[in-house]
Design a protein around this ligand. Sequence first.
Ligand SMILES: [Zn+2]
Ligand SMILES: [Zn+2]
Ligand SMILES: [Zn+2]
Length: 189
Amino acid sequence: MSASPNRRRFLVGAAAAAVTGLTLGSPADRKAMAATPASSSSPAATQGNWRWCNKCQCLAFAGNLSLGPCAAGGTHDHGGSGNYVLTQDDPSAPGQPNWRWCNKCQELAFAGKPSLGPCPAGGSHNHAGSGNYTLVANVPPQPGYQANWRWCNKCQALAFSGSYSLGACAAGGSHNHAGSGNYQLRLTA
Ligand SMILES: [Zn+2]
Ligand SMILES: [Zn+2]
Ligand SMILES: [Zn+2]
């Protein structure tokens, strides 16, 4: 699969995947599929259905058939999570770009480091098919946003650091947020 996805090819791939049931579409696929077939002109904006996992604390996309393997064991569990809405493929959006969806574990992870980080599915995260997500960090509290989301310097994932546990990390032990900014995510009901 190409690392710089062509959306039209992706639609074809996603449709084929839906038929075979073997693989899942990416968040970007879903957005494209929900739009009109000629979707290239529609400005990307936001994408919901990102959820907090109450086991590993990570943010993961919940719109695919598989919730993704969890570093705490089993699959991610989004019980108790709100609906997080991310900004996608918007170069004018303020914040830090290069956050990507992993098509193996469904997590959001930072792709700007030499290492993509270990994936709870095994190997490293794989961002093929992902859009380019932009997150805001280190800004004053904004209405409708939730702070205390942090980058893990071990697994590269974004995880909530406001719980009693930092959450299991795919690199072993718990997430380590040293060096991270304080990210704010838009949270809807
Ligand atoms: Zn999890
Ligand atoms: Zn992964
Ligand atoms: Zn981690």
